[in-house]
Write a protein that binds this ligand. Structure first.
Ligand code: GLC
Length: 427
């Protein structure tokens, strides 16, 4: 991309961010996702800071205003009524003052906080804002290990595919077969009103998503009970890597800001998680795999979740290089990397939600990780691939990695935020 093109791309990205700005939070896209989403907002803050640093902090502050008393930060905050989305607050019924969903999402928060702080233009503002949020981030991370790792293994499980952020991944198929569908209340999906159903989950998957929701609701959203009561419990290497990276960033940030106790707690969690993590490695696939916590078996599904551990610098040099080689091999089979699932796997679908399509935000996390692992060339290729997708198809929710076609929602916030990031970094 030439300098001029970069300036034009930034302008377009800024326009998308402004269009989806609702004052104190940003919606992912109009129509399909009309509320605040957890990891969308955090990653969006990384782009927003190039427009207005105060507004970037506000994005995460608003999310944290809706943290639960037990420490959980919910995956959706329903700031307004909008029946264009299902399941809405009337289905979740979590009893929060401002309605929220009852599950969580990948904790990129502390990673984002550290970057907002360390790379700030306004140092005093950043110090003040970060300081005020440290205890909340720590409470969320403590909640993870208390409620999603009750046996103290060092790794947390997700109890609903929507918690992974990779909602419809092939990773969940086997474990989801254990989830019944009887007793699911009648419902009408709204996602397929906005997006071609070929790019969205099947009805059988949706029934199971809702069965889990109803089960948790039946237990009054009591997080002390949900983990053990869920027939779906998966240890996702991508999710855990994000938590480990965020916890280690939280430790550094807390140390810098004079909160040694928070730093010490976070370091202890990181050490324990790192010691447990390598059990997720598969020599056969040359990458990490999910662990089904019910059957205690690794799940044969080579997805992007198993490449994300580079984000936390997990594994030794040989494992990190093996992941870089996987990315290269996947890229050879597609025109636009990085696919969300191994394109050589027979279950790969290039257009269906998380079962093949490329997502710019995941690319960014992977590139950040590769750089951290001293694999800068590989990182640069992933970033160039992201920009190529934008040039080809604009700011889509996700992309067909073979054709480059934009899929899902359009004018998508976190895609735009990542473009703002990429363009500013290269400037
Ligand atoms: C989809 C994605 C999820 C994201 C949400 C809003 O549900 O799978 O990761 O947070 O959309 O963009």
């Amino acid at each position: 991309m030439s300098r001029l093109d970069r300036a034009a791309a930034f302008k377009r990205a800024a326009a998308v961010l402004r269009e989806n700005d609702r004052g104190a939070y940003t919606i992912p896209t109009k129509g399909l996702y009309p509320f605040q989403w957890n990891w969308d907002s955090c990653l969006t803050a990384l782009g927003l800071r190039h427009l207005d640093e105060n507004r970037a902090w506000q994005e995460v502050e608003t999310l944290l205003d809706h943290q639960w008393p037990d420490g959980m930060v919910p995956h959706i905050v329903f700031h307004v009524d909008d029946d264009g989305y299902f399941p809405g607050p009337g289905v979740w019924r979590t009893g929060r003052p401002v309605p929220t969903s009852g599950i969580t999402q990948p904790p990129v928060l502390a990673y984002v906080m550290k970057r907002l702080h360390d790379e700030a233009g306004d140092r005093a503002l950043a110090r003040r804002k970060a300081q005020a949020l440290l205890a909340k981030a720590d409470a969320w991370h403590r909640w993870f290990y208390a409620c999603r790792d009750p046996k103290d293994t060092g790794l947390v499980a997700i109890i609903h595919p929507w918690e992974s952020g990779r909602d419809n991944s092939i990773d969940w198929d086997e474990a989801m077969m254990r989830v019944p569908t009887d007793g699911v209340e009648p419902y009408e999906r709204r996602d397929t009103r906005h997006v071609d159903s070929a790019q969205r989950p099947h009805k059988a998957d949706y029934d199971r998503f809702l069965w889990l929701l109803q089960r948790f609701r039946g237990l009054g959203w009591d997080n002390a009970r949900l983990h053990d009561a869920s027939p779906f419990k998966v240890v996702d290497p991508g999710f855990n890597a994000i938590l480990i990276r965020s916890d280690s960033d939280l430790a550094d940030l807390a140390q810098t800001l004079g909160e040694p106790e928070i730093a010490a707690r976070a370091r202890e969690r990181v050490a324990k998680a790192r010691a447990a993590f390598e059990t997720l490695w598969s020599d056969a696939f040359g990458q990490y795999l999910c662990l089904d916590r019910v059957s205690n078996q690794l799940i044969d599904s080579p997805s992007i979740g198993g490449l994300l551990p580079v984000f936390a610098g997990l594994g030794d040099g040989a494992r990190q290089r093996s992941i870089a080689a996987r990315i290269e091999a996947w890229r050879k089979r597609t025109r636009f990397g990085v696919a969300s699932h191994d394109p050589a796997d027979r279950r790969f679908e290039s257009k269906r939600y998380w079962r093949g399509p490329a997502w710019i935000i995941v690319n960014m996390l992977i590139a950040d990780g590769l750089r951290r692992c001293n694999l800068a060339d590989a990182a640069a290729k992933v970033e160039a691939g992201s920009l190529a997708l934008i040039e080809e198809s604009g700011f889509a929710e996700y992309y067909d990695p073979i054709s480059g076609e934009g899929l899902g929602g359009g004018q998508f916030t976190w895609t735009a935020a990542m473009v703002a990031e990429l363009v500013k970094r290269a400037a």
